[in-house]
Design a protein around this ligand. Structure first.
Ligand code: CMC
Length: 442
């Protein structure tokens, strides 16, 4: 929050130092707009008019490059300094010390749970992992090779038909139970989608296992009576879920908030988030990294590849970020997890290419001057591949982790008295007042 002090402008009029003075050169009128949190309210600009019945001035900001859409206390990012915090806790500490479900609790409630609270939270989520048999049946109706992300998108949206009380978003108890169900059932839907795509029978949840371990069981269990996940792989997956849990107002979270602002149920809102994450510019970059590494093929080709990037022929996928102009802190953590996973699975030869690419890029003037550093996707694809996941599952894994963030942001929005239905303005560029011409005269 900022404090206001009074100063005097050239004309002797008292102004606040925490304000912006705008002169409209069309009219010569001057306006003082308050600045709060280094932000002005766009609606203040509506006062700037030529005629009284004008709509007033608008801002034009495609892609929200400089527009805050909400106040949020969930996630803090300082892109220049490579800082990411959930509810004020550095991501490095959470990835080292927390479990994914503990982080989910933190994101949703704003505080780390006590051990009793965590035990109850874990228990509630564990006992809600099963889905109605009808869900399984309609999933079986998808084409044999359906993309698992498309199946996840459809099936999470369909949960609203199984829990019609979810429409009562003003009821705190209903919001709580839908939150539990979303976190609990997302891995089940994701695993069913994977098994369908592989032509394998769906595996029911194993509630003796932890969150990540149960997911691995539903993915990989074949004929054994009980699947026993390797604890190192289970932990690596749990860390990946933590790293993907939230990233403030990114494309999919904005989609969840925007759709949720219509007061639809949370399953439909989360389905919108999955849809946004499906796109290659959002959840699909790690796949592009993997394909790039496969194409480079050997460390001998790295220099030529980097030269191609500098010539503008291609992009170094997994590098650069709209917000981070420093190391993406998630990339550093993933790099450590890579070593743990490869200890179990054996080293992926693509790792040498990735390491060499990173080394050369970080020393090269092209990347230094543009502040291009590895982002979360540079190494995550290598881990997913080492875990035996096909590339179609990469965004699905992202969606499982991001569900806690989507729900936390949705809950925050539902309770925010300043939020209304999301409804941007436009600058109309089309024709006006045309007279209809009958088809036989066109
Ligand atoms: N390789 C080569 N040059 C690059 C790259 C790259 N990966 N990224 C940016 N640049 C250059 C770009 O050509 C431009 O150079 P110049 O000033 O000479 O024209 C300069 O750096 C600024 O780039 P920009 O495209 O204006 O930056 P942006 O903020 O619009 O783009 C980005 C961010 C992530 C889309 C981009 O860096 C990129 O395409 N990276 C590769 C794809 C990728 O790894 N995406 C995953 C993002 S992390 C996932 C998540 O958090 O959701």
């Amino acid at each position: 929050m900022t404090t206001q002090t009074e100063t005097t402008d050239a004309g002797g009029v008292a102004t606040s130092s925490e304000s912006l003075t705008i002169t409209d050169n069309r009219t010569g009128k001057t306006y003082e707009i308050p600045i709060e949190d280094e932000t002005i309210r766009a609606t203040e600009l509506r006062k700037i008019k030529v005629k009284d019945d004008d709509f007033g001035l608008m801002t034009y900001d495609p892609a929200f490059m400089a527009t805050a859409s909400c106040r949020s206390s969930v996630t803090y990012i300082d892109g220049d300094n490579g800082i990411l915090e959930y509810r004020g806790y550095p991501i490095e500490q959470l990835a080292e010390k927390s479990s994914y479900l503990e982080v989910a609790y933190l994101l949703i409630y704003g505080e780390l749970p006590s051990s009793d609270q965590l035990a109850e939270w874990d228990h509630q989520i564990t006992i809600h992992t099963f889905v109605h048999e009808n869900v399984k049946e309609f999933m079986q109706g998808f084409r044999y090779d359906a993309h698992p992300m498309g199946m996840l998108l459809a099936s999470v949206g369909a949960l609203s038909t199984f829990y019609p009380e979810a429409a009562d978003i003003k009821d705190a108890q209903s919001r709580y139970i839908q939150t539990i169900r979303l976190l609990a059932k997302m891995p089940t839907l994701a695993a069913f989608s994977y098994r369908h795509n592989r032509g394998m029978p769906y595996v029911y949840p194993d509630n003796d296992l932890g969150y990540a371990g149960n997911f691995l069981s539903m993915i990989y269990k074949v004929a054994e009576l009980k699947y026993e996940p390797d604890p190192r792989l289970e932990r690596a997956l749990d860390i990946l879920f933590i790293l993907h849990a939230d990233h403030e107002q990114n494309c999919s979270t904005s989609a969840v908030r925007s759709v949720g602002s219509s007061q639809v149920d949370p399953y439909s809102s989360v389905a919108a988030g999955v849809a946004a994450l499906y796109g290659p510019l959002h959840g699909g970059a790690n796949e592009a990294v993997l394909r790039m590494l496969q194409r480079i093929g050997s460390t001998d080709n790295v220099s030529d590849f980097i030269q191609g990037v500098k010539n503008g022929d291609e992009r170094l996928m997994g590098f650069g970020h709209r917000v981070y102009k420093n190391f993406d802190p998630r990339a550093k953590i993933i790099k450590t997890a890579v070593d743990d996973v490869f200890e179990v699975t054996g080293k992926n030869p693509l790792l040498d290419i990735a390491t060499e690419l990173e080394k050369i890029a970080l020393e090269d003037e092209y990347f230094i001057s543009r502040k291009l550093y590895p982002n979360v996707d540079f190494y995550s694809g290598l881990i997913y591949e080492a875990l035996g996941m096909p590339v179609e599952m990469f965004p699905v894994l992202f969606a499982i982790g991001r569900t806690s963030g989507w729900v936390a942001q949705w809950l925050e929005m539902v309770k925010d008295p300043e939020q209304k239905i999301s409804r941007p303005r436009q600058i109309y560029t089309g024709a006006r007042e045309r007279t209809y011409v009958p088809i036989y005269e066109r």
